[in-house]
Design a protein around this ligand. Structure first.
Ligand code: FAD
Ligand code: E1W
Length: 464
């Protein structure tokens, strides 16, 4: 029996992975993407934007057969490099060894690899076609090209992978109450670039990097780390790119002092950076151009009560559950969606109503859990990673993980290095944090904590 035809809206990260997995399973898949084909026209005006890929994301790529290709262009990040105001740095390792690391990948490269895979598996992708509306009665879509010229297309089963601003979600909401709620974070972000040493304008290369540049080194800072400049109510981060540059992201409140609103020109942007991020500022020669020229991104969390309408339409990825980026898990979570949906459809290829309902039942608690953990991680990253109490809790967390491998797993490790459901990581993490707080209360050094008592509490916690 030929499997039914599916129409996916959006050939971003999640849409193109899902198209690959479904086409590989024998479904006929057509994808409509608003933007032009990045393999022909370049991606996002050539800006280099990167993302952290963790185990859940790698799993999706593995299932699609893309692990090898991406591995060769991904940069390993062993830990977070914390930069204080004086420019001192401290590498806090993520895991036990190089098997517990995360990877920086270029968004454009990843998207293009996924588009190739989708087409190779037999999916058809139509670019320059923006979904504009759905006529649910007639089962037709209105699509518009770059010139805004409309065309209609018949489609029985729709999957929305069209991101946080989903047009399919809007069309679904016009016919059913999805219980949509968007909670703005009140902070925005701005991307800037630290060039590769080879690309620095000669006169702007800082003194301490001249030798490294002369030796042919490419990275202006430690390459194999995620850099963080925590500053209380805001922060910068930087992820490495394969060719030696870093993409810096400033996360800052929208209003107040300092804020996106209070930094209104290039001169103020430089003064702010020189005051709060002096070591990074020396590495951003185009700071003014980047700050003024790049758009300000908005952040928030999207919650829906329903992700589907019967067996006719389903939302996945950011279209269903956009989250704040502070755990680096949005794409990773979306890839888990794609794998789960493909597995459900493979098992029950004809009952879309049942599959969409089961997908929502399985994924929603996990989406809610990672949304909550991502929000918590902003406060942790911007305010706590250089705090003494936090560092002691972290040291104990790591000690217990070493003494009880597989029994005590730090929450970050559950989220990042495993495929334990997010919901489980959230619940076990809460129980562990409660215990950590009890054990470090009033203590200032790991030597002051009775580890024998700690061990027995750990075993009691897991019921051993
Ligand atoms: P998108 O990537 O947004 O793709 C949607 C696609 O649909 C696009 O191609 C778009 O052009 C297309 N589209 C939109 N509207 C229409 C329409 N009307 N018709 C047709 N096509 C349409 N996640 C991580 O895992 N790790 C990270 O390190 C990380 N860092 C992040 C940093 C920042 C600053 C931000 C904002 C997010 C970050 N994320 C990260 C989250 C990640 O970017 C998203 O979760 C991921 O891109 C979601 O993929 P998606 O395919 O659902 O949506
Ligand atoms: C990761 C945008 C982004 C992406 C990330 C992370 C962070 C902070 C941010 C979380 C983290 C990888 N994180 N890093 N260090 N501790 N937690 O792990 O992706 Cl802001």
């Amino acid at each position: 029996m030929r499997k039914p035809a599916l129409t996916i809206i959006g050939a971003g990260l999640v849409g193109s992975l899902l198209a690959t997995l479904l086409a590989q399973r024998g479904f006929s898949v057509q994808v409509f993407e608003r933007r032009p084909d990045p393999r022909k026209h370049g991606f996002l005006g050539g800006r280099s934007i990167n993302l952290a890929l963790a185990e859940r994301g790698w799993h999706g790529l593995r299932v699609a057969g893309l692990q090898e290709r991406m591995r060769t262009i991904a940069v390993m990040m062993r830990g977070r490099m914390v930069h204080d105001l004086a420019g001192n740095t401290n590498l806090q390792r993520y895991g036990r060894d190089d098997s517990e690391v995360i990877w920086s990948v270029n968004r454009g490269d990843l998207n293009m690899a996924l588009l190739d895979a989708a087409e190779a598996a037999g999916a058809s992708i139509v670019f320059d076609q923006r979904l504009d509306g759905v006529d649910w009665q007639r089962s037709t879509l209105t699509l518009r090209d770059a010139q805004n010229i409309p065309r209609t297309h018949h489609a029985q089963i729709l999957i929305g992978a069209d991101g946080a601003g989903s047009a399919l979600r809007a069309a679904m909401a016009s016919m059913a109450d999805l219980g949509e709620r968007f909670e703005p974070l009140g902070h925005g972000y701005k991307e800037l670039e630290i060039p590769a040493l080879t690309d620095f304008p000669a006169r702007q290369l800082p003194e301490h990097l001249r030798e490294a540049a002369a030796r042919g080194e490419r990275f202006a800072m430690e390459a194999n780390a995620l850099h963080i400049w925590p500053r209380g109510n805001y922060m910068c981060i930087a992820l490495p790119n394969a060719h030696g540059s870093f993409t810096v992201t400033l996360f800052l409140p929208n209003e107040g002092e300092p804020s996106i609103a209070s930094i209104s020109d290039a001169r103020q942007a430089r003064a702010f950076f020189e005051r709060d991020f002096p070591d990074a500022t020396a590495l951003i020669p185009q700071l003014e151009e980047d700050f003024i020229g790049n758009p300000t991104g908005m952040l928030g969390t999207l919650y829906l009560d329903r992700w589907h309408i019967d067996g006719r339409a389903l939302l996945v990825g950011d279209a269903a559950h956009a989250i704040v980026p502070f755990h680096g898990q949005g794409m990773n979570a979306g890839f888990e969606d794609a794998v789960e949906l493909a597995e459900l459809l493979e098992a029950t290829p004809s009952d879309f109503t049942a599959v969409f309902a089961e997908f929502e039942r399985r994924r929603k608690p996990n989406a809610d859990a990672i949304a909550a953990m991502a929000l918590e991680n902003y406060i942790e990253m911007r305010d706590r990673v250089d705090d003494a109490d936090y560092l002691l809790m972290r040291e104990l967390d790591r000690t217990l993980a070493e003494r009880h491998p597989g029994t005590w797993v730090p929450r970050y490790a559950m989220v990042t290095f495993s495929r334990i459901p997010y919901r489980t990581a959230f619940e076990r993490g809460a129980a562990q944090t409660k215990l950590l707080r009890e054990l470090v209360a009033g203590k200032s050094r790991i030597g002051d904590i009775n580890l024998v008592t700690a061990d027995s509490k750990v075993l009691a916690l897991v019921g051993k």
